[in-house]
Design a protein around this ligand. Structure first.
Ligand SMILES: [Zn+2]
Length: 131
C-alpha cells in the first residue's frame, strides 16, 4: 500500500473561495482544493507537501489526522498566545507551522526523493526539530 500510495497523484479541484486566505490549498481526505487565484502556485513543492499530508492521513486512518491536527493546533495556539501575546493571526500562523504534520511536510516538500525513502509515521521524530 505504501508504494502505491506514494506514486499516486492527489486529485485536485479549483475553487474560487476555498481555502480561505492566506492558504493556497487544503487537503480534504486526499482531495486537494486549490484556490483559483493561487493555481499557478500549485506546483511540485506544494503537490509534494499535500501528498505528504495524504500519506499522514492514511497512516492515522484519516479521522486521527484531523483530530490530532486540530488538537495540536489549538494547544499550540493557546500556549503561544500565553507566551508571546494574543495577536490572533500571528499566533494562529505560528501554531499552524508548528504542527508536527506541517513540520514534516514543509521540511521535505522540496525533496523529490523524500516520498520513496520516507518511513511510516515519520512526523513522530520531528518533535525537537526547529523550522
Ligand atoms: Zn500543510
Amino acid at each position: 500500500m505504501k508504494q502505491r500510495e506514494t506514486n499516486r497523484e492527489n486529485k485536485f479541484i479549483v475553487s474560487k473561495y476555498l481555502p480561505l486566505r492566506p492558504f493556497i490549498a487544503i487537503n480534504i481526505l486526499g482531495l486537494i482544493v486549490v484556490r483559483k487565484e493561487n493555481l499557478h502556485l500549485y506546483r511540485n513543492e506544494l503537490k509534494r507537501h499535500e501528498k505528504i499530508h495524504t500519506i499522514q492521513m492514511v497512516e492515522t486512518l484519516f479521522i486521527g489526522f484531523y483530530i490530532w491536527y486540530f488538537s495540536e493546533w489549538i494547544v499550540r495556539l493557546i500556549c503561544s498566545a500565553f507566551k508571546h501575546g494574543f495577536s490572533v493571526f500571528k499566533q494562529g500562523t505560528k501554531a499552524y507551522s508548528s504542527i508536527l504534520f506541517e513540520r514534516e511536510a514543509y521540511s521535505h516538500q522540496n525533496d523529490p526523493n523524500y516520498l520513496s525513502s520516507r518511513k511510516p509515521f515519520e512526523y513522530r521524530w520531528l518533535r525537537n526539530t526547529k523550522l
